[in-house]
Design a protein around this ligand. Structure first.
Ligand SMILES: *[C@@H]1O[C@H](CO)[C@@H](O)[C@H](O)[C@H]1NC(C)=O
Ligand SMILES: *[C@@H]1O[C@H](CO)[C@@H](O)[C@H](O)[C@H]1NC(C)=O
Ligand SMILES: *[C@@H]1O[C@H](CO)[C@@H](O)[C@H](O)[C@H]1NC(C)=O
Ligand SMILES: *[C@@H]1O[C@H](CO)[C@@H](O)[C@H](O)[C@H]1NC(C)=O
Ligand SMILES: *[C@@H]1O[C@H](CO)[C@@H](O)[C@H](O)[C@H]1NC(C)=O
Ligand SMILES: *[C@@H]1O[C@H](CO)[C@@H](O)[C@H](O)[C@H]1NC(C)=O
Ligand SMILES: *[C@@H]1O[C@H](CO)[C@@H](O)[C@H](O)[C@H]1NC(C)=O
Ligand SMILES: *[C@@H]1O[C@H](CO)[C@@H](O)[C@H](O)[C@H]1NC(C)=O
Length: 633
């Protein structure tokens, strides 16, 4: 409707021929709160500098997303497990044609010739190369150079930008605008080095008590599951790795010393290179960028074998942000999300083909679909809400929602810094500015993890044993803080409402609204937890015990893969999006009630009876979950 009105007024101006563009009332669309502490604003951008400009068109039917999800994932729904096909997902959410016409019309009126504009096949992105001067007029803003102090990297960005009032309902956001992130790796973010210890030579299964070294036998005793029995076709478990590489030579040593029944020496994961992802080599192993992968794969193999694993090696190690940029991974799984068809953003996500390839980065085109989608995907990397634009997070969260609709269980480690967070590799844990929520070296407000706060993700926190053996029970991990808290971006999903209400009523600390989102209407995380310390791995030929929610995520994901084996064996579909079923069945968990996740100068939250933002619902009981899932359609 509004589009028709604006075309009419543009036509009027053209006949008068005195004013080149229609006067459009611009309204502030997005503003970056402050400047994250790692960044400095430098010079004004030159007017004729050309940059790739992208406009994300508003997708249709997003207001129904929660209803769609509950239809397939609520244990009370008769359609439980009837996952959507990729084409149903793409057709349901493609933007309305009126949206496309309104935005193209505005760009043409503003002097960007139609021949310069390209539209994604999914019709949810408009792309063109434009000058700084053109972008400044379109978005009523000023572009500056910003420098990232640790790496010397530079970004062209603005502090805020505006859109014509009548287009705000059609546009999610524009790029490049306020984003400052996506720099090359300095070190891996999530592997918690301080909890990595060498174990005496000759350690094997059973040579230490579980309180000192966690092996598969400890996990089976704790979480009530046996060795894998089956390997249903298509149920391979997926694990994503970013700038960390699996040294496959360690697998047979780990299999021989730490698996039972022993996994054969020649077992290796299916290798899926995404956007130039490479295999480990001696250089990467010498640099220690292999501990995370060793942990993820060894733990998962010991749980799911004879089922297989898939290694999604994402990016080229040059362009990939150290704390994990998830959009290029999503692109490879779902073609409808790609740059010209979905969600990438230059300056946050690496742009392919990369015009600035000077360090041996990947030079091929962006991979768009084609990577096999797994029923379960485990990711031990994270970013943080405070460093990413609001609309960026909402759009990526919607893409995780689309995978959930297709029956994919996505599990993320909740973070290793308690209620604080690591802003980026090379920086210590930080908190947020209390008023403006940006990453501030002197911040005092809790810093939630993203995408762990996206309600379509299952976030996994970490526990440790209370005593020497598994019968002693578990507490929240103590050698680091298990990531947890409440989102500043995402609202409380209904599956979590009574669990969060119980915590807020009885146990929420009274730090006031400037320390965390204590409104009771915010998404809380993590959802669940699993052991995350003293876990046995073999890296570079040596046995270590390591800690991190990085261990907890593949442990829980492995158990979900076993649940899928059980359902597939009786001809049912994969469990899909977990959270509505898990929150409906707290009795299937070992409730963790001891420990806390301090940070930001506070004691953080306590693990309490029921759900809490330290250990979630608790740790799993496989046989109980299996009975629940086998009883569902
Ligand atoms: C594996 O176990 C054997 C036999 O105990 C031992 O000799 C070897 O050192 C162990 N390997 C590692 C990496 O600890
Ligand atoms: C393996 O099979 C046994 C017997 O059918 C069953 O009790 C057990 O749960 C199975 N293990 C797993 C991990 O499913
Ligand atoms: C080793 O891997 C890294 C990261 O993928 C890559 O940059 C480097 O070129 C590789 N080196 C060799 C010798 O293959
Ligand atoms: C891996 O092992 C090689 C050979 O033993 C050694 O030179 C290298 O320092 C080790 N790397 C790490 C990270 O331990
Ligand atoms: C943080 O506080 C210290 C000491 O009060 C001060 O010197 C520093 O400038 C502050 N840093 C920022 C980024 O505000
Ligand atoms: C745990 O085991 C150690 C020896 O391995 C022993 O000294 C200690 O008393 C045990 N602790 C408990 C609580 O059983
Ligand atoms: C807290 O969460 C609610 C629900 O998402 C949101 O409306 C509110 O803005 C959040 N508060 C802050 C300070 O971020
Ligand atoms: C298993 O599912 C397929 C596809 O839905 C169906 O054709 C087949 O009859 C089912 N088999 C059994 C034993 O239920």
């Amino acid at each position: 409707m509004r589009f028709l009105a604006s075309v009419a007024s543009a036509a009027l101006f053209l006949t008068c021929a005195a004013v080149p563009t229609a006067p459009t009332k611009h309204v502030l669309h997005e503003k970056r709160a402050g400047l994250p502490h790692a960044w400095q604003k430098r010079d004004r951008a030159t007017a004729d500098h050309v940059m790739p400009i992208r406009i994300a068109l508003r997708e249709r039917n997003m207001e129904h997303a929660e209803q769609f999800i509950y239809d397939v994932a609520d244990p009370k729904s008769p359609n439980f497990g009837k996952h959507w096909s990729p084409s149903k997902v793409a057709n349901t959410f493609a933007p309305h044609p009126e949206t496309k016409d309104a935005v193209l019309g505005w760009l043409e009126e503003s002097g960007i010739a139609r021949s310069r504009l390209s539209l994604s096949t999914g019709h949810n992105w408009v792309h063109f190369d434009g000058t700084v001067d053109e972008a400044e007029r379109l978005f009523a803003t000023e572009y500056w150079h910003y420098e990232h102090l640790a790496s010397g990297g530079s970004r062209l960005a603005c502090d805020s930008y505006s859109l014509p009032e009548h287009l705000r309902e059609h546009i999610d956001f524009a790029m490049p605008t306020i984003q400052l992130d996506g720099l090359q790796p300095v070190e891996n973010a999530m592997t918690s080095r301080e909890t990595m210890r060498e174990v005496s030579e000759g350690a094997i299964l059973g040579s230490y008590p579980c309180g000192e070294l966690i092996t598969i036998e400890c996990l089976r005793a704790l979480y009530n599951f046996g060795p894998g029995n089956t390997s249903a076709a298509g149920n391979e478990m997926g694990i994503g790795e970013w700038a960390d590489y699996l040294w496959e030579q360690d697998l047979p040593i780990f299999f021989k010393n730490f698996t039972s029944p022993q996994i054969p020496a020649n077992v290796t994961p299916e290798f899926i290179a995404i956007d130039g992802g490479l295999r480990a080599n001696l250089t990467t192993v010498a640099q220690e960028s292999g501990v995370e992968s060793a942990l993820d794969f060894q733990v998962a193999y010991s749980i799911v074998y004879p089922q297989q694993l898939r290694l999604y090696q994402v990016g080229d190690g040059i362009n990939v942000d150290s704390v994990g940029t998830f959009n290029i991974f999503l692109d490879a799984l779902d073609a409808s999300y790609c740059t010209y068809e979905g969600g990438d953003q230059p300056y946050v996500d690496p742009a392919y083909p990369d015009p600035n390839d000077n360090e041996g980065g990947y030079t091929g085109p962006l991979q768009c679909g084609g990577a096999p989608v797994s029923n379960v995907i485990s990711v031990s990397y994270g970013q943080i809400e405070g460093a990413l634009p609001y609309f960026y997070q909402v759009r990526q969260c919607n893409e995780w929602m689309k995978l959930a609709l297709q029956g994919v269980s996505v599990l993320f480690a909740s973070g290793d810094s308690g209620v604080a967070n690591r802003y980026n590799a090379g920086y210590p844990d930080s908190c947020l500015n209390a008023e403006e929520l940006y990453v501030d070296a002197n911040g005092t407000r809790y810093s939630p993890s993203f995408p762990e706060t996206c309600p379509y993700i299952t976030a996994v926190g970490a526990t440790t044993l209370l005593g020497n053996d598994t019968s002693s029970g578990e507490q929240a991990v103590t050698s680091f803080g298990s990531g947890g808290g409440f989102s500043n971006v995402f609202a409380l999903p209904s599956y979590q409402a009574s669990a969060v209400a119980n915590f807020m009523d009885k146990y929420a600390p009274n730090y006031g609204p400037n320390v965390y989102n204590d409104t009771g209407i915010a998404r809380g995380f993590p959802d669940v937890s699993a052991i995350g310390d003293d876990v046995a791995i073999v890296f570079n030929g040596t046995t270590y015990s390591v800690g991190g929610t990085s261990a907890s995520a593949p442990i829980f994901a492995g158990i979900v893969t076993l649940l899928n084996e059980a359902r597939l064996a009786v001809n049912k579909t994969a469990v899909g999006f977990l959270n509505p079923t898990l929150y409906a069945h707290p009795e299937a968990f070992n409730d963790i009630t001891i420990g806390s996740n301090p940070g930001c100068g506070t004691g953080g939250f306590n693990a309490t009876p029921g759900w809490d933002p330290v250990t979630g619902l608790g740790t799993p009981d496989f046989e109980k979950l299996k009975a629940i899932y086998l009883a569902l359609p």
